[in-house]
Design a protein. Structure first.
Length: 179
């Protein structure tokens, strides 16, 4: 924690090494969080970059986080996701293939993989907001239960129960069983 406060202080002073260290330390975790919530790698990359752009802007505007970089970055990532889905509702887009030229994958295999991704994404959107947040933080952001509980202002037991219920609900939704 002390290390993070020192890093935050250095970043507020526009120390290029500190800013680079913030990016290196948190980029992968935020990107995993975004990919867990967004069904498109390029969009996840763009949204992750937007988190860091807003961090720099907050420093410039003297609105930088006061105590924790990670908490601020997560909160901003969550806000950016909400904005993304609001915009997406207004503008429906078609996903482009990210295959390299010359790569060959059987069309049926490609279709099956995409159908599974779409089904999982749709199933996740059928969960409650708290369940989606717990799964994204635990598996996308790779936070331990204790930190998820702190981030969401819930008890560890509540987070464990939300995670258990979310996984059970996903299992039911993905397998089509109702029990």
């Amino acid at each position: 924690m002390q290390d993070e406060l020192l890093l935050l202080h250095r970043a507020k002073s526009y120390d290029p090494d500190a800013l680079a260290q913030v990016h290196e330390r948190y980029y992968d975790a935020i990107y995993r969080y975004m990919t867990f919530r967004v069904n498109d790698l390029q969009t996840a990359e763009d949204l992750t970059s937007e988190v860091f752009v807003r961090f720099l802007h907050a420093i410039q505007q003297k609105n930088a986080p006061q105590k924790t970089i990670r908490g601020w970055l997560f909160g901003t990532a969550s806000l950016i996701l909400k904005e993304h889905y609001r915009k997406k509702k207004k503008n429906q887009v078609t996903e482009l293939s990210e295959m390299l030229p010359g790569e060959t994958v059987a069309p049926t295999e490609k279709m099956e993989v995409q159908e599974k991704k779409d089904a999982l994404h749709k199933a996740i959107t059928n969960l409650t907001e708290d369940q989606q947040q717990v799964l994204a933080l635990r598996f996308g952001y790779e936070l331990p239960v204790r930190e998820v509980a702190e981030t969401m202002n819930k008890s560890e037991g509540s987070v464990k129960m939300l995670q258990t219920r979310a996984i059970a609900a996903l299992t039911r939704l993905m397998t089509g069983s109702e029990s």
